[in-house]
Design a protein around this ligand. Structure first.
Ligand SMILES: Nc1ncnc2c1ncn2[C@@H]1O[C@H](COP(=O)(O)OP(=O)(O)OP(=O)(O)O)[C@@H](O)[C@H]1O
Ligand SMILES: [Mg+2]
Length: 295
């Protein structure tokens, strides 16, 4: 019996533009799908994801943020508004992608994966087809898709990590957070991860602290896992982050000149203009690998 991932791959491959979706007749463009994750909870994934999206938008990118955390509605909270629908609503008559995607500041878009994302693996071929037909439009809408996950090694989270074109692991300089970040890298290596791993050290009090964390993780992962990690940047401890969260306005909007916002600007620049990474495989490549993992 064919598995769901195989079905989806076929659907994605065989997808033909229809009269209802003429936009797909244009040459194919593929978004970079980047998953943001961490070992330990509460280290700053959601704030980084949302503010990085805004920083990238400032640099001219079209960015879509997907909230894939099944816990509290993270992204919605930081952005201060919540989508009413999620992916599964695309199965209901009359719902289109534009109904489940919301507009955020600076032209970024965001969507709640909700529990729907994890139910994809249980859908029928016909249902998957309906969702795929809509979701492929993401590659037209966005150059970059950032996915905010929950923390830890749960299979759900790992599926997002394994399916992405690129992975950002965020940690704080705390030894427990570093140990948990290492555990994620270990799981990644065990699953033969293909994406380059990049590290962001958040809440540093001084540069040295961030560099020490990067050096430590780089050394052990190279030695024991045979994989390298690169440093994507540090973010300083900044009371304006908490203020922004309380006000439900992203720090990049509420305090664009504060130290943490500037650090995130640097991270966005490195992401855009830094070393070449994997060829983006777009939302179709992502979905196909995601379903492979969720099987
Ligand atoms: N650079 C920073 N300076 C000061 N405080 C910060 C910084 N980054 C994050 N925080 C604080 O940490 C809290 C948690 O951040 P965030 O929600 O982004 O973490 P998370 O990793 O997404 O958490 P979860 O695992 O629960 O999803 C923020 O509400 C804020 O108070
Ligand atoms: Mg979060």
């Amino acid at each position: 019996m064919r598995d769901q991932a195989e079905k989806l791959r076929e659907l994605a491959r065989g997808y033909q533009a229809t009269a209802k979706s003429p936009v797909l007749k244009q040459p194919e463009s593929r978004a970079r799908v980047i998953t943001v994750t961490s070992g330990k909870g509460g280290v700053g994934k959601t704030n980084l994801t949302v503010n990085l999206a805004l920083a990238l938008a400032n640099l001219g990118q079209k960015v879509l943020v997907i909230d894939a955390d099944l816990g509290l509605a993270n992204v919605e909270f930081v952005l201060g508004s919540s989508p009413r629908y999620n992916l599964l609503n695309l199965l209901d008559d009359g719902y289109r992608l534009s109904d489940i995607v919301m507009d955020g500041p600076r032209g970024i878009k965001f969507m709640s994966g909700g529990s729907g994302i994890y139910q994809l693996a249980n859908l029928t071929e016909g249902q998957l087809q309906r969702i795929v037909n809509q979701v492929v439009l993401f590659d037209k809408w966005a150059n970059i898709i950032l996915i905010d996950t929950g923390a830890g090694l749960h299979r759900n989270v790992l599926s997002f990590v394994m399916a992405a074109d690129e992975v950002i692991i965020i940690t704080t300089p705390e030894p427990t957070a570093i140990a948990d970040a290492y555990a994620v890298m270990k799981a990644y290596a065990a699953h033969h991860g293909r994406a380059p791993l990049r590290l962001v050290v958040n809440r540093v009090l001084e540069m040295d602290e961030g560099q020490t964390a990067v050096d430590k993780l780089g050394k052990v992962s190279q030695r024991f896992l045979g994989i390298g990690v690169t440093n994507l940047g540090f973010i300083y401890e900044d009371p304006n982050v908490l203020k922004a969260v309380k006000g439900q306005v992203p720090v990049m909007v509420a305090h664009p000149d504060t130290i943490s916002a500037r650090c995130i600007d640097h991270i966005a620049q490195r992401l855009l203009y830094g070393k070449e990474v994997n060829q983006p495989t777009g939302i179709k490549g992502f979905f196909s690998r995601f379903l492979d993992m969720m099987r």
